[in-house]
Design a protein around this ligand. Structure first.
Ligand code: GDG
Length: 467
């Protein structure tokens, strides 16, 4: 908090959450800690490099917090009431849009009051961005919670360059059209100059819907609007700071932590590893079931193999997430009561979040990484794992329904709905020769290092600012 906060900024990120969480220390003092999650992991390096302002909610309801300077840029908190958190965030964002955009794996819930709150909060974010932006500034709006902001902001500030990036899939027309407020969302997004998606397929879904709006026409990734503006939709597959991750993975601290972790797990010959926010889109039920059956049948021996699964608490006040948590507890308990060595459980399951160092240590000891979402915009975990594994002696099992599968073609690819297929592929990933594994790892690591987070941000912003 040393430097003063600037009145205006020429670069602004607008996201539902700030990249920091407010923590109250034992002595009552307040501190800010980087918050985990895909979006923050991706965007924090961009902010540190460019400077400017990050507008977002600070995570506590009914609290006004003043802007402050943090790590080279300004943090501008937006306040939400308890009721808005319930309706806009837990409701419309996470119980309507999230399941709808993830193939309706869980049933989306439609409530008119939630939509009202979504509009109201989107307006507040747009107002905050309009107040902070210098003339002609670039404003980059993030993700499904804020899809109305581009249009609302354009109405207030036609001088701005407005970009939008969707971190999750954009659904096919048949699913999207269930949404009673579908036109509102499409027009919200059409307020941007550039709308970015994780994959070309998501971009085409959006364009097909956009062209159904009256007077909207276009082809080849662009649409023309009746007011003469042009909107581009394009895929910008998100990535990670691969070099930074590799450096951290090979730091003495992380290497020592990795050795300790392996010892704590009883020095097994093979460690399978999964780490996800505890979310039904991540395919945890099927993954645990598949590995459980392999232990059960003896194809994996709990004397030699451990499955370490870290599930980070997420959206605990949304019903589906509580149900999922109980299901996984039960499933893991059942498997462990049947398949365990004398020394340890077959599945070492932890429902907690850990430090970045500890997570990196876990990647370092993972012989086989299991990334098996039912649907995922991209999945950064797969890329982080690859960045950490310089010895090329390990294996990535990857769902074909993760955006990352389009880039990481050499992975051990699975259909996470096919439990038997997944079991066979996991076994292959455990048993394949070091030569086969090394070839796959080298190719995928090259892809991640050559397409890192800087390339993602630069391509998006160059296109936006050059439009
Ligand atoms: C959304 C989209 C897209 C997890 N647990 C801990 C922890 N993490 C970090 C991981 C990774 C991030 O959280 C998770 O990113 P994912 O990409 O896997 O998933 P979502 O959170 O669903 O992210 C996704 C992403 O946005 C970016 O566009 O890829 O498709 O759904 O960075 O490392 N980090 C720490 N402790 C944990 O316990 N420190």
């Amino acid at each position: 908090m040393s430097e003063p906060v600037q009145e205006k900024a020429k670069f602004i990120v607008v996201a539902n959450r700030l990249p920091v969480d407010r923590v109250v220390n034992d002595d009552g003092s307040v501190a800010w800690r980087s918050s985990p999650g895909g979006l923050v992991t991706a965007l924090e390096p961009v902010m540190q490099a460019r400077g400017g302002a990050w507008i977002g909610w600070h995570g506590a309801a009914d609290e006004e917090v003043d802007p402050f300077h943090h790590d080279g840029y300004d943090i501008v908190p937006v306040a939400l009431s308890e009721l808005e958190v319930e309706r806009y965030y837990e409701g419309f964002s996470n119980a309507t849009l999230w399941p709808l955009y993830h193939d309706c794996i869980a049933e989306p819930v439609f409530h008119r009051e939630w939509w009202d709150a979504y509009q109201q909060v989107n307006r507040r974010f747009a107002d905050a961005a309009a107040a902070r932006a210098e003339h002609g500034a670039t404003v980059w709006v993030q993700d499904y919670q804020l899809q109305l902001v581009p249009q609302l902001l354009r109405e207030l500030r036609p001088d701005l360059r407005i970009g939008f990036f969707l971190h999750i899939p954009f659904p096919p027309i048949e699913l999207f059209n269930r949404l009673p407020w579908r036109d509102g969302i499409i027009n919200g997004l059409l307020g941007a100059d550039l709308v970015g998606f994780q994959t070309p397929g998501h971009g085409s879904n959006f364009l097909r819907l956009a062209r159904r709006q009256p007077g909207v026409e276009g082809a080849r990734g662009r649409v023309h609007l009746p007011d003469g503006r042009m909107v581009t939709a394009k895929a910008f597959p998100i990535s990670i700071d691969a070099a930074g991750m590799a450096e951290l993975a090979n730091s003495p601290k992380v290497l020592a932590e990795a050795r300790q972790l392996r010892a704590d797990l009883g020095d097994p010959s093979t460690i399978l590893f999964g780490v996800d926010r505890l979310d039904y889109s991540k395919g945890l039920r099927n993954r645990v079931r598949a590995v459980g059956e392999l232990f059960d049948s003896g194809e994996l021996d709990p004397e030699e193999v451990v499955f370490l699964q870290l599930a980070t608490p997420s959206r605990e006040r949304v019903k589906e997430y509580r149900i999922l948590r109980d299901d996984i507890d039960l499933l893991v308990g059942r498997i462990n009561s049947k398949s365990a060595s004398l020394a340890r459980s077959a599945i070492n399951y932890r429902y907690t979040s850990v430090s970045r160092e500890t997570l990196t240590g876990m990647y370092q000891i993972a012989d086989v990484m299991l990334v098996t979402p039912l649907l995922d915009g991209m999945n950064l975990v797969a890329k982080e794992y690859l960045a950490c594994r310089s010895r090329n002696d390990s294996a990535l099992v990857l769902s074909e329904f993760a955006g990352a599968a389009l880039e990481l073609k050499q992975a051990y690819m699975v259909n996470p709905y096919d439990i038997d297929g997944m079991k066979a592929t996991i076994l292959r990933a455990v048993r394949d020769s070091p030569r086969v594994k090394a070839r796959k790892m080298r190719a995928m690591r090259r892809q991640v290092f050559e397409h890192d987070i800087d390339l993602w941000a630069d391509s998006f912003l160059n296109q936006l600012e050059g439009e």
